[in-house]
Design a protein around this ligand. Structure first.
Ligand SMILES: Cc1cc2nc3c(=O)[nH]c(=O)nc-3n(C[C@H](O)[C@H](O)[C@H](O)COP(=O)(O)O)c2cc1C
Length: 190
């Protein structure tokens, strides 16, 4: 798959089949993160792969899903993520760590798409609880998690008109508004 095709087809996936993701594939995703650009090449991130069913169930309880969906929604048991990658940042002053971790996350999301996996980056999470569950040492902070698994939904993009809020239609398809290129692109001058 070409990178641009992965960019076009990737959507945040929040419903998954229960087919497990191989450990090799999960390690490939972290390897893609490892090779992301890093300010001053400081590489302040570390990663925890979680594919153990019991730990996945504990992590699931720490997640806030799809805040725009009303009434509040989270995946049913049969559609939960089958794996997670937890992104950690070393607790040391580094003004660019958040940019680094975002780029690393993008590498994971696009590599997941190439592997035909669904993914969803999650920041609305209980970071302290996750630290406890995973035994993360004090020198490291939890930045975010990426939920992973094979896709059980296929969201579509819509041209953004009045609202940025995604929605589900009567057939349970998620629609995700995106700004139009002509509304955000400036050439030579603003
Ligand atoms: C920094 C960041 C944090 C996010 N946190 C959550 C989250 O906690 N829960 C969730 O369901 N989705 C989360 N998302 C996914 C966004 O809702 C999603 O990217 C957005 O609706 C656009 O959809 P798309 O990823 O399919 O293009 C997050 C995305 C980003 C970039």
């Amino acid at each position: 798959m070409e990178v641009y095709d992965a960019i076009l087809s990737r959507r945040s996936i929040r419903r998954f089949t229960q087919q497990p993701v191989s450990r090799n594939t999960l390690e490939k995703l972290v390897n893609a993160a490892r090779l992301a650009p890093s300010a001053a090449n400081l590489q302040p991130m570390e990663y925890v792969i979680v594919d153990d069913k019991k730990i996945c169930a504990q992590l699931f309880e720490t997640i806030g899903w799809a805040a725009y969906l009303k009434p509040s929604w989270s995946p049913i048991k049969e559609e939960r993520p089958t794996a997670y990658i937890v992104l950690l940042i070393r607790n040391k002053k580094n003004n660019y760590a958040l940019r680094d971790v975002s780029l690393a996350a993008a590498h994971i999301l696009l590599t997941a798409e190439e592997e035909q996996l669904g993914s969803c980056i999650l920041c609305k999470i209980d970071k302290e609880k996750i630290k406890d569950i995973l035994g993360i040492p004090d020198g490291m902070m939890v930045d975010s998690m990426i939920a992973l698994g094979y896709k059980a939904e296929h969201p579509v993009i819509e041209e953004l008109t009045d609202s940025v809020k995604y929605w589900r239609d009567g057939n349970e398809i998620l629609h995700v508004p995106k700004r139009n290129l002509k509304d955000i692109l400036h050439i030579n001058t603003y």
